[in-house]
Design a binder for this molecule. Structure first.
Ligand code: PLP
Length: 229
């Protein structure tokens, strides 16, 4: 636990280095600390070290953690990064800053419906399976354009960009990140509000430097901050 703040400092330094290499400003990259399977006390430690954005993957665990006494009253910004089933949307809709893992238009429709009920506006990303591995969630790169167009019309939700989990090999991952960026550019060309489509959620502990070089605006890092799960 003591190492969380030093891990965070090291990760931030690596992000800054990758940004220098990429000729980008560090302000363009948001670090999401992925706290799945880790305790609310661990989140609290990271919060005390200045971290504000956190990522969770499992609905039940997320609900318990965001109500935990260790975090009560703290302004924590939660990103739901796991695969989200339609029937779970209503449980998280009023607790999240952004939903990253939407891979069906029907889930976006449910998010919209629940956001309307709560009088909220919710930002979300479409998940793309760039590695085309059958075991992963995500829309195929060929179907994401169509899906995005259907999402533009939905009330009280705003498509902000794309999310992906890349292949384990860093060189392959880099090509996939580049493909995600190109896919977002294509979607932007057909979008009613192109400027809103600014987010590329890509890069994890093992590949965030490659992701930053390819234009990531949000990186999701768990292990390098909180240790092994
Ligand atoms: C767990 C998880 C991460 C963090 O992975 P690390 O390799 O621990 O950094 C990022 N994104 C998603 C979608 C995850 O499920």
């Amino acid at each position: 636990m003591e190492s969380i703040s030093s891990n965070l400092a090291a990760v931030r330094e690596q992000i800054a280095e990758a940004c220098r290499k990429a000729g980008r400003s560090v302000d363009e990259v948001t670090l999401i600390a992925v706290s799945k399977t880790k305790s609310a006390a661990a989140v609290r430690k990271a919060w005390e070290a200045g971290q504000r954005e956190f990522g969770e993957s499992y609905v039940q665990e997320f609900l318990e953690k965001c109500e935990a006494p260790e975090l009560s009253g703290l302004p924590v910004s939660w990103h739901f990064i796991g695969h989200l089933q339609s029937n779970k949307v209503r449980q998280i809709v009023d607790k999240v800053t952004m939903v990253h893992g939407i891979d069906k238009v029907s889930t976006a429709e449910e998010l919209s419906k629940r956001a309307v009920q709560h009088g909220l506006n919710v930002d979300f990303l479409l998940e793309v399976n760039v590695s085309r591995e059958g075991t992963k969630y995500g829309l195929g790169p060929d179907s994401v354009l169509q899906a995005a167009e259907e999402c533009f019309a939905l009330p009280n939700v705003r498509l902000r960009g794309l999310m992906t989990i890349a292949s384990p090999d860093p060189d392959t991952a880099r090509r996939e990140f580049s493909e995600l960026r190109e896919t977002l550019d294509m979607i932007r060309n057909n979008a009613p509000e192109p400027a809103a489509l600014s987010e590329l959620s890509m890069g994890m502990s093992g590949d965030f430097e490659e992701a930053i070089l390819e234009g990531a605006t949000m990186i999701r890092i768990g292990t390098a901050i909180f240790g092994w799960r």
